[in-house]
Design a protein around this ligand. Sequence first.
Ligand SMILES: Nc1ncnc2c1ncn2[C@@H]1O[C@H](COP(=O)(O)OP(=O)(O)OP(=O)(O)O)[C@@H](O)[C@H]1O
Length: 426
Amino acid sequence: MAFRRQRVSVVTPVLNPPSKHYWPFRWPRNTDLKSERALSERAIRRGESSFTQSLSHHSSLMAQISLSHIAKAYPNGPRVIRDVSLTVNDREFVVFVGPSGCGKSTLLRMIAGLEDITDGDLLLDGQRINDLPPKDRDIAMVFQNYALYPHMTVFDNMAFGLKLRNFSKADIRQRVEKAATILDIQNLLDRKPKDMSGGQRQRVAIGRAIVRDPKVFLFDEPLSNLDAKLRGQTRIELQKLHRELQATIIYVTHDQVEAMTLGNRICVLRGGDVMQFDTPMTLYNQPANLFVAGFIGSPPMNFLRGTLTEQAGTVQFVSDGGEVRIDLSTHPHRQAFAVQAGRPVVLGIRAEHLTDQPNPAYHVQPMAVDALEQLGNELFAYGMLAGNRFVARLPADSTLQLNEPATLYWQTEKCHLFDAETEQRL
Ligand SMILES: Nc1ncnc2c1ncn2[C@@H]1O[C@H](COP(=O)(O)OP(=O)(O)OP(=O)(O)O)[C@@H](O)[C@H]1O
């Protein structure tokens, strides 16, 4: 493999971005580049070991991150992170997910040291690091916009942080080669960023983090510039990468599919608060509140407002207006529901728990179908029920017809119930 000569002098484009015409993509904000450089200067004293050795040193190094009552307010602004406490375990892949503006990037940037923490304690392996400069945190961050240096080759981009720290040429070459092999970009080392696809650039950005062998990787929406197919492929590669590196990873996205497929655990955020922090399957099967129920899962869960009634041991859900009446007496949580009789509630049921195949154990519900989406392997049937949009996920060969009355069968034990006022799961 041919390498370009390795520069000895350090060239930094941080304050001198080239003309925007030269760089076909958005030039990273100076703050991002500064941050990136600051992060790349971390732990200079630590690493004289070879990359191969240092890869395995993760087996003995802990990297646990704890947030205790963390809050953030920008100057003269309200708290955008209100009171977040959670622990990311050693070698865990945790995803922060939530709608735009919920505070996930702010949280990540506080962990990186790029934002001040207004209140609370940030601990890395039990040590409070609120005031530790980013370069000393042993944390590498991969940005959405890659933040690559356009005038440098891939090799030089990946080697840059190591050169700053005066790693030996041999060590740099070994680390870059190893990272390039892991990411399958060995044949791109002589290219400049402008001659690569978005997916390749993103790998280089990840490679630049890997060569540093940090304790913790932070990813800020790294796939959002990629097209859908490449995003899917890269998701799988990130899973492999996590297994290979055995590193602690915190990953920010607004995409619940990315969150579900990547995270060992997912932290769902809304308006600066944690809505639920748990495994993907727990979020899916036992959403703690209405927000998580509606956010996780595609298509989103169907909802109906109504009231619970209890009579002679029978627990019923009656929708507002009385159009839908569901007997919940066989539901595993019927006793908890009975206690709530008389309260306004929201009932939720996922599209895959409605079927057009008769089943004597299921609730029978008429619904006029006003739209069909045939996806080849499945069919989505849409209609209105008690004023709410409903969708059923059916087999592709279903015979349901558009604009004809249909009968759907509900798997009642899969219904979720939430308090209509507190929005918490019952
Ligand atoms: N420098 C800043 N000054 C003031 N307010 C800010 C600043 N940066 C972010 N905010 C505000 O903080 C809140 C959280 O922003 P943040 O970027 O963390 O959200 P996010 O969940 O990452 O959103 P997105 O997915 O759109 O990036 C938003 O209301 C945003 O407007």
